[in-house]
Design a protein around this ligand. Structure first.
Ligand SMILES: Cc1cc2nc3c(=O)[nH]c(=O)nc-3n(C[C@H](O)[C@H](O)[C@H](O)COP(=O)(O)OP(=O)(O)OC[C@H]3O[C@@H](n4cnc5c(N)ncnc54)[C@H](O)[C@@H]3O)c2cc1C
Length: 486
C-alpha cells in the first residue's frame, strides 16, 4: 500500500522549469491547479503577457488528490440554493456547471487530450431513512430546472442504498493527465510556467505589484490568486468566510463500472471507477471538518476497514467550503481588476475551477461574463448566514485550541515525541535511528501541528498547511518551512 494519490503515482509532468531570473509580466497567476491552468489556457491566444507559478509541480495540489468527477449533480445543492437565494440562482448555478462540463469536453476534444475521459451515470444516494424526502425534493427541483433525472432503488453491488437519484450525462477523467496536457499547450503558445517557484511576499509599488520568491522578483500589473486557500487573511478575512473539509481516499484493484456515486449521509461516501493499464475502484469516505477527528492513524485505519480489502493507494485531501455553497471567483476589491481570486469550490472543483477559467479570463480581457455576479467574492452573504460566519470562526478557534491542548499520546507511535527547547515546542520524528526535528507551530496562524504517520507529514488542523518530516512546506496557506536547526 502506498501513501500517494492514484493520479500522482506516475505523474506525466515533463521538464518543469523554475524561475531563475527577475521578470516582468502583465498578469501573474499564482497556482497551477485546475484553476490556474484553466485561466492560462483561456488566455493562451491573447496578447497579454501571462506567467503562472506554482510552489510545486502543476496539478500536485488539491487537484492531484481528487476523485476526478466532472459533475453537475452535486448532492442536494439545488435545494440549498433555492432555499438560500432563489430558483433563478439555482438555475444560473446549474447552467454554470453544465457550461463548465462542456468546456472541459470541448478542450479535450479540440486538443485531443488523452486523459481517460469516460461518460458515466451519476447517482446521489442515501441509507438514512430521514434523508429520502430530501433526495426526493432534490429530484423535484432538478426536474423543475429541466434536468432529466430518474429514481433508482436497489444496491450498487455490495454498497447498500435505500434511495437514489440518477442522471446519465456526467463524466470522470484523470485530472493530472488533463492538467499536464494544458501545461504543454500553454507553453507551446508562448505563455510562461515556472514550477517549484513559490511566492512568499507581495508588495505594491505605485501601480505595480512586486512578487518575491526566495531568490527572484516578478513585477506584474495584475495578480490572480489561484492558490486554493489564499495565503493572506486581511482584507479578505478568509477564515470566517469559509471552512475546510478533509476526506480520506483509497484506490483498490477492481473491475470498472460506468458509475459514479455519492451519498448525502452523515459519513459521506463517494465512489468512481478508473481504467488505465489497471482497473480501480476509488473510494472516498470519512469527510469531516479539518479540526475534527485529529487521530490520523485512526482515520486511515477506519477507511481501510470500510471495504475490508487492502487498498493499493491511499491518500488524504482537503477542500474549501463556502457559507452559501457558491464559489468565490472574481475581484477581491470592488472595481479593481488587478487583484482576482478563485477559490471555495465545495468539493466540485473540476467544474468550478473550469468556470473560474472562463470568468477570470473574461475579466482580464474586459469581457462580460454572465456568471460574474453569481460567484462574486464580494457578494453579501445573507444576514441569515451570520451563524455560519460565527461557526467558521469557532471552527478555526477549535482547531487552534485542540491542537494546543490535546497532546493525546494515543495518536502517535513511539517514533513521535514533543519537547520544549529554549521555550519552543519542537516536534520530533524518529526514523531508522535518525531524528527529524521541526518547529511545531504553523507559520500561517500559529496552530500546533499533528504528525501524520501514514504520509509522514506534519499537518495543520486549522487551515490544512502540510510540511514534510524535514519541515519543508509542501502545501499552503503557510509560505514558510518549519525546519528546526539546533
Ligand atoms: C477528497 C476530495 C475529493 C474531490 N473530488 C472532486 C471531484 O471528484 N470532482 C470535482 O469537481 N472536485 C473534487 N474535489 C474538489 C477539487 O479537488 C478542488 O476544488 C480543486 O482541485 C481545487 O483546485 P485549485 O486549482 O483551486 O487548487 P489546487 O489544485 O490546490 O491548486 C493550487 C496550486 O497553488 C499552488 N500554490 C499555493 N500557494 C502558492 C504560492 N504561495 N506560490 C505559488 N504557488 C502556490 C499550489 O502548489 C497548488 O498547486 C475534491 C476535493 C476533495 C477534498
Amino acid at each position: 500500500m502506498e501513501n500517494i494519490s492514484l493520479w500522482l503515482k506516475d505523474n506525466p509532468n515533463k521538464n518543469p522549469i523554475s524561475l531563475n531570473e527577475d521578470i516582468k509580466t502583465d498578469v501573474l497567476i499564482i497556482g497551477g491547479g485546475i484553476t490556474g491552468l484553466s485561466i492560462l489556457y483561456n488566455l493562451k491566444d491573447s496578447n497579454l503577457n501571462v506567467t503562472l507559478v506554482d510552489t510545486s509541480l502543476v496539478g500536485t495540489g488539491t487537484t492531484g488528490h481528487t476523485t476526478g468527477k466532472i459533475n453537475y449533480l452535486q448532492e442536494d445543492i439545488y435545494q440549498k440554493l433555492i432555499n438560500t437565494y432563489s430558483f433563478n440562482t439555482a438555475l444560473s448555478y446549474l447552467n454554470s456547471q453544465k457550461d463548465a462540463c462542456n468546456k472541459i469536453l470541448d478542450i479535450i476534444n479540440k486538443e485531443q487530450i488523452k486523459c481517460n475521459l469516460d461518460k458515466v451515470e451519476s447517482y446521489v444516494y442515501t441509507n438514512d431513512i430521514n434523508k429520502i424526502e430530501k433526495l426526493k425534493k432534490e429530484k423535484e427541483y432538478l426536474q423543475a430546472l429541466n434536468v432529466h433525472v430518474e429514481d433508482y432503488q436497489g444496491k450498487f453491488g455490495k454498497i447498500k442504498s435505500l434511495y437514489a437519484i440518477k442522471v446519465n450525462d456526467t463524466y470522470v477523467f484523470h485530472p493530472l493527465k488533463y492538467l499536464n496536457a494544458l501545461k504543454d499547450i500553454c507553453l507551446k503558445s508562448g505563455k510562461k510556467i515556472y514550477e517549484n517557484t513559490k511566492i512568499i511576499k507581495i508588495i505594491k509599488e505605485n501601480d505595480l505589484y512586486s512578487c518575491f520568491t526566495n531568490s527572484h522578483k516578478i513585477i506584474t500589473k495584475k495578480i490572480v490568486f489561484a492558490c486554493h486557500y489564499p495565503f493572506f487573511n486581511i482584507p479578505y478575512l478568509f477564515p470566517i468566510k469559509a471552512n475546510i473539509e478533509k476526506s480520506y481516499l483509497m484506490a483498490l484493484p477492481m473491475t470498472k463500472e460506468n458509475k459514479s456515486l455519492i451519498s448525502i449521509d452523515k459519513v459521506q461516501t463517494s465512489i468512481r471507477y478508473h481504467k488505465d493499464k489497471e482497473e480501480y475502484l476509488i473510494y472516498l469516505s470519512l469527510n469531516s471538518n479539518i479540526s475534527d477527528n485529529l487521530d490520523e492513524k485512526k482515520n486511515y485505519h477506519n477507511l481501510i476497514k470500510k471495504l475490508n480489502k487492502k487498498p493499493k493507494y491511499i491518500w488524504k485531501n482537503t477542500d474549501i467550503m463556502t457559507i452559501d455553497k457558491l464559489p468565490y471567483i472574481g475581484r477581491i476589491k470592488k472595481n479593481n481588476d488587478n487583484l482576482l481570486i478563485a477559490t471555495g469550490y465545495n468539493t466540485c472543483g473540476m467544474t468550478n475551477g473550469t468556470l473560474a477559467g472562463l470568468i477570470i479570463s473574461d475579466i482580464l480581457l474586459n469581457r462580460h461574463n454572465k456568471y460574474e455576479n453569481l460567484c462574486n467574492p464580494l457578494r453579501l452573504n445573507k444576514l441569515t448566514n451570520i451563524d455560519d460566519y460565527i461557526l467558521n470562526l469557532l471552527y478555526s478557534m477549535k482547531g487552534y485550541l485542540k491542537s494546543k491542548i490535546n497532546k493525546n499520546k494515543s495518536w502517535y507511535s513511539s517514533k513521535v515525541s514533543f519537547k520544549y527547547i529554549n521555550g519552543e515546542n519542537i516536534g520530533i520524528y524518529k526514523e531508522n535511528g535518525k531524528e527529524f526535528k521541526v518547529r511545531n507551530k504553523c507559520p500561517h496562524m500559529g496552530c500546533s501541528l499533528i504528525f501524520n504517520e501514514f504520509s509522514k507529514t506534519w499537518d495543520c488542523p486549522c487551515h490544512a498547511s502540510r510540511f514534510s518530516k524535514e519541515g519543508k512546506c509542501l502545501k499552503g496557506p503557510s509560505k514558510f518551512d518549519i525546519t528546526y536547526i539546533e
